[in-house]
Design a protein around this ligand. Structure first.
Ligand SMILES: C[S@@+](CC[C@H](N)C(=O)[O-])C[C@H]1O[C@@H](n2cnc3c(N)ncnc32)[C@H](O)[C@@H]1O
Length: 223
């Protein structure tokens, strides 16, 4: 997603926001990478998150099986489900053993100091939680354009560099998600360097617009 190799993260302070029930921090711990994750769900116990994660996997697979656009074989679905179960198991294991790595918090206000991290990774929240009519997954506009801009500003406040994935429309016709451009303009207006970085991972066959958004802080934080 982020065009990174594990060695790029050595001696870096890394934040995964939102971490969700994913295996990223578990993989970082194995490689002795200094990574924290933040998510509103981390106010819950491991038992609640495990049960919720299992339910979400079942729902996702059931939905995918009914989607005629996804031409996946039975073996593909089984492999996808196994991958998700493995990630959930790795997450729950790490969540129980290393609670200090999982911080409860929500965008657009994170509980970290300015520049606390060298790198902030942000997957599958911004541009994905946009309304469905705009290529996101939400039936409402709880995560509107103002939220997206405020959230991106918060990510670059706490990190020297931010990478956000994906930037393509998650639903509907193949295109760049329409809020990517105004978010880029706002962050450029603040003085940051903003560019696309090609992803090396093809999610559900997405090839076009398969980039993360890279924001590099270019000015001192004021205020
Ligand atoms: C689809 S998961 C993404 C997990 C992981 N980054 C990935 O790419 O698989 C989206 C996460 O966003 C979290 N979330 C929802 N609202 C949020 C907010 N306002 N700030 C931060 N995270 C939020 C949810 O709790 C959920 O865990």
């Amino acid at each position: 997603m982020y065009a990174l190799q594990p060695e790029d993260l050595v001696n870096q302070r890394v934040l995964d926001c939102p971490g969700g029930p994913s295996g990223l921090v578990a993989g970082a711990i194995e490689r002795e990478i200094d990574m924290l994750a933040v998510d509103p769900q981390y106010s819950e116990t491991a038992e609640v998150l495990e049960q919720r994660g299992r339910g979400d996997i079942t729902l996702t697979i059931d939905k995918a099986r009914k989607d005629p656009a996804l031409q996946m074989t039975d073996a593909d679905y089984k492999a996808f489900e196994q991958e998700k179960q493995n990630a959930l198991a790795a997450f729950i294991h790490a969540y129980r053993l290393h609670p200090e790595r999982f911080v409860s918090g929500s965008l657009p206000e994170l509980p970290f100091d300015d520049g606390a991290f060298d790198l902030v990774l942000s997957g599958h929240l911004l541009f994905v939680y946009a309304p469905r009519v705009l290529g996101g997954i939400m039936v409402n506009d709880a995560f509107d354009l103002d939220f997206h801009i405020a959230a991106a500003r918060e990510l670059i406040r706490v990190g020297n560099e931010v990478r956000i994935f994906p930037t393509y429309a998650f639903t509907g016709e193949v295109r760049r998600q329409p809020w990517v451009k105004p978010v880029m303009e706002a962050l450029r207006g603040d003085g940051h360097h903003v560019s696309f970085l090609a992803s090396r991972w093809e999610q559900q066959g997405h090839v076009d617009f398969n980039d993360s958004l890279r924001i590099v802080r270019c000015r001192e934080i004021s205020g």
